[in-house]
Design a protein around this ligand. Structure first.
Ligand code: ADP
Ligand code: ZN
Length: 717
């Protein structure tokens, strides 16, 4: 079998996926065929599989160098769950743990070893290397080797000398989501890659819908958004620690479960916030850009930027943390002119060289252009990253502009004329105060109550008027100076409006709708997953991601073969969790008999997505065919062989038939001695849950037998 076919088979069997994502196959082939390789893929593009599958196909051990300590553990946990022996070495381990792992590694117990770059030159690691055959080194987040990258790590410079010492030299592959030319040429040089094959995959992420909203009241918007999507997990990025703290407080007061993450918190506080978010204990995390490197949580449904970030690279990386599982997700940027000033200020304060500063200013300008563009947002991001001729996406806020325009020329004129009369010397809040006719002392001290525009908007609240001014700033009618106390001034457009040459329209925000609407079974399965995750001490998405649960909640798999058709369910996951989820689905259906009628019919294309169907039987009748063969005397093994089914599947068919009321010769299904044991275990627990019952029995007794006994005795309906 060719390596491509092998790779394809592993993708199905181990990961439970039907097709490679763009680029994955090429990268895997290149590595397996012995070439150094560079893969530039967007966040969430699926880089891990690109080195994990070669690790399985190549002889010896694969080293994965990664700077992301928290991610290593999750990846190793996830690999364990699909049956791949892997471990990691980093500073979180005690010396004993470290030694134990090194010992096992030298005995060839692992196919993948994740290692933090700092560990590379420890003597114990060096001596380990000599006892291993390392056939492949994958360098994850390889932009860390470049000074031009946003995350330079000096320890990455130890990778190349290490490779030189290994003989024979392993294949080396570098992975990153940073696509700039400087970074790429640096990676090649600093890692001493030999004539690498280089693959770029499109940065398009079709499941993300992008929006930019200018001049909205951010807090109201966010609150409303969170109310509209009450079950979904999301990240809200703020520009500063203070804003993160304040917004968290505001949300908590509004009854939203939110955590905070920024560099001003203690290590343990940060760790806790991160874990609670990963484990689905807090739904929302409000964070600065310190949060996210190495966050692998796949079910982040939205990323809201409370402020504009400093450049498109940062923006797309952060926004890209939404929807890694490929499910529909939203990335929303709330723009305010103040954000630009903050970024300029930070740049000025930085100790970058003049040349570098100029470059950063250009990047900032591109970021602002994105915030103002009328074109498709997806296309503009992709253009920025060098992809040309991209068709409008049809899902971003510019493509789906359903905003309602209202003519606010008159109000705008009042505001502009007030600013003019105040001689363009005041900030937003003072202008609003004059317009609404505030009685504050300061107004009288400055004799602003004498102005003809004093109180001309007295039917509105000061906050509302402030929002309107901010909107006019965001739309470039007004400008804000760069001073410590920024002053509002009129731009050309405002002058034209005052002259009656231009009209002003206010766009009210898009009608908010839910990102995804999940059914009740999905919520139930999420609870099952959470419980399992808690028992096993891993984040829920390590068990199954949302995409898998969502598919289960629609397709209602009842048998092994049906379960294996669900995206993300491979053989090992089936063995570990399959029956538990089937059980949960059945219990749910018993309690909600009308549920099926509420489901939309499954689209035909997805019904046909059956990677390994070996039979063309009518699905519905498949289990009855099994039953008929069984009743005619064929053994389970014989039926399995003849119909190319797994024995477990045949068993599941029979149990399903029994549940539907067909007669079954139970003695042929249940070994004689087992029934009494199983019933005893059940009576002790008094609970129709397979896992605890199984745990109270000798390990030779299979789930299938337990279920058969429960059905036979009318305990499981
Ligand atoms: P990256 O490291 O590039 O950000 P990951 O390797 O973490 O991305 O993959 C993101 C998500 O996509 C993971 O949940 C992964 O299981 C899933 N994934 C990867 N490849 C595929 C595929 N071919 N089909 C479906 N899902 C995939
Ligand atoms: Zn678009």
């Amino acid at each position: 079998m060719s390596t491509s076919h092998e790779a394809q088979r592993l993708l199905h069997e181990i990961y439970g996926y039907t097709a490679f994502r763009p680029g994955q196959q090429q990268v895997i082939d290149s590595i397996v065929n012995g070439h150094d390789t560079m893969a530039i893929m967007p966040t969430g593009g699926g880089k891990s599989i690109c080195y994990q599958i070669p690790a399985l196909l190549l002889p010896g051990v694969t080293l994965v160098v990664s700077p992301l300590i928290s991610l290593m553990k999750d990846q190793v946990d996830a690999l364990g769950r699909v049956g791949i022996p892997a471990t990691y070495l980093n500073s979180t381990l005690s010396t004993e743990e470290n030694n134990e792992r090194v010992r096992k590694a030298s005995q060839g117990k692992y196919q993948l070893i994740y290692v933090a770059p700092e560990r590379l030159d420890s003597s114990i690691f060096r001596s380990l290397l000599h006892s291993l055959t390392v056939s492949f080194i994958a360098v994850d987040e390889a932009h860390c080797v470049s000074q031009w990258g946003h995350d330079f790590r000096p320890s990455y410079r130890m990778i190349a000398p290490l490779i030189t010492q290994l003989s024979p030299r392993p294949i080396v592959a570098a992975f990153t989501a940073t696509a700039t030319a400087e970074v790429i040429s640096d990676m090649k040089e600093a890692l001493e890659l030999r004539d690498p094959n280089t693959y770029f995959t499109s940065f398009a992420r079709e499941n993300l819908s992008l929006s930019v909203l200018r001049g909205v009241n951010k807090r109201n918007y966010i609150k409303r958004y969170l109310q509209t999507n009450p079950d979904d997990a999301g990240i809200i990025y703020t520009a500063t620690r203070r804003e993160a703290d304040q917004l968290t407080q505001y949300l908590q007061q509004a009854g939203v479960q939110a955590g905070t993450y920024h560099a001003g918190l203690r290590d343990d506080q940060r760790k806790e916030a991160q874990e609670r978010f990963l484990f689905d204990d807090t739904r929302i995390i409000v964070a600065t850009n310190a949060f996210g490197m190495g966050i692998d949580k796949s079910n982040v449904r939205f990323v809201i930027h409370h402020n504009m970030p400093k450049n498109m690279e940062s923006y797309y990386q952060e926004a890209g943390r939404a929807g890694r599982d490929g499910e529909p997700s939203e990335c929303i940027l709330l723009f305010e002119s103040k954000d630009v000033q903050l970024q300029k200020y930070l740049l000025e304060q930085s100790d970058l060289t003049q040349e570098r500063k100029a470059m950063e200013y250009q990047k900032l300008q591109a970021m602002m252009d994105y915030c103002y563009t009328q074109q498709c947002l997806t296309s503009s991001i992709l253009n920025y990253f060098g992809e040309t001729l991209v068709a409008p996406c049809g899902t971003c806020s510019n493509c789906t502009d359903t905003t309602e325009k209202s003519d606010i020329t008159l109000e705008a004129q009042k505001i502009f004329s007030c600013i003019k009369r105040m001689r363009e010397r005041f900030g937003i809040s003072m202008i609003a105060k004059v317009l609404v006719g505030s009685k504050s002392k300061r107004i009288y001290q400055l004799q602003l109550e004498q102005l003809p525009t004093y109180g001309v908007m007295k039917d509105q609240g000061a906050k509302e008027v402030e929002d309107l001014i901010k909107f006019l700033i965001a739309e470039r009618y007004l400008g804000l100076t760069d001073d410590q106390y920024p002053v509002v001034f009129l731009r050309e457009q405002a002058v034209q409006t005052l002259l009656g040459n231009e009209k002003v329209y206010h766009k009210t925000t898009r009608v908010m709708s839910k990102i995804v609407s999940d059914n009740a079974l999905f919520q139930e399965l999420r609870q099952v997953r959470k419980q399992l995750a808690q028992d096993e001490g891993v984040p829920p998405y390590v068990i199954f991601n949302d995409a898998s649960l969502r598919e289960m909640s629609i397709r209602l798999p009842q048998t092994e073969e049906e379960m294996l058709l669900i995206k993300g369910v491979g053989t090992e996951k089936w063995k570990r969790y399959g029956l538990l989820f089937i059980e949960a689905i059945q219990t749910f259906l018993q309690h909600h008999p009308d549920f099926i009628t509420t489901l939309d019919p499954i689209p035909v294309e997805t019904q046909l997505l059956t990677p390994q169907t070996k039979e063309n039987d009518n699905k519905e009748a498949s289990h009855l065919l099994t039953l008929a063969q069984f009743q005619q005397g064929a053994s389970i093994t014989a039926i399995a062989n003849e119909r190319q089914l797994k024995e477990r599947t045949v068993e599941a068919h029979l149990l399903r038939s029994a549940q539907e009321g067909f007669e079954i010769n139970w003695d042929r299904l249940i070994p004689e001695q087992h029934e009494a044991l199983i019933l005893a275990a059940y009576n002790q627990l008094q609970e129709v849950k397979l896992k605890p019952i199984k745990e109270n029995l000798p390990s030779t007794i299979e789930y299938g037998t337990i279920k058969a006994v429960l059905i036979k005795n009318g305990i499981w309906k």
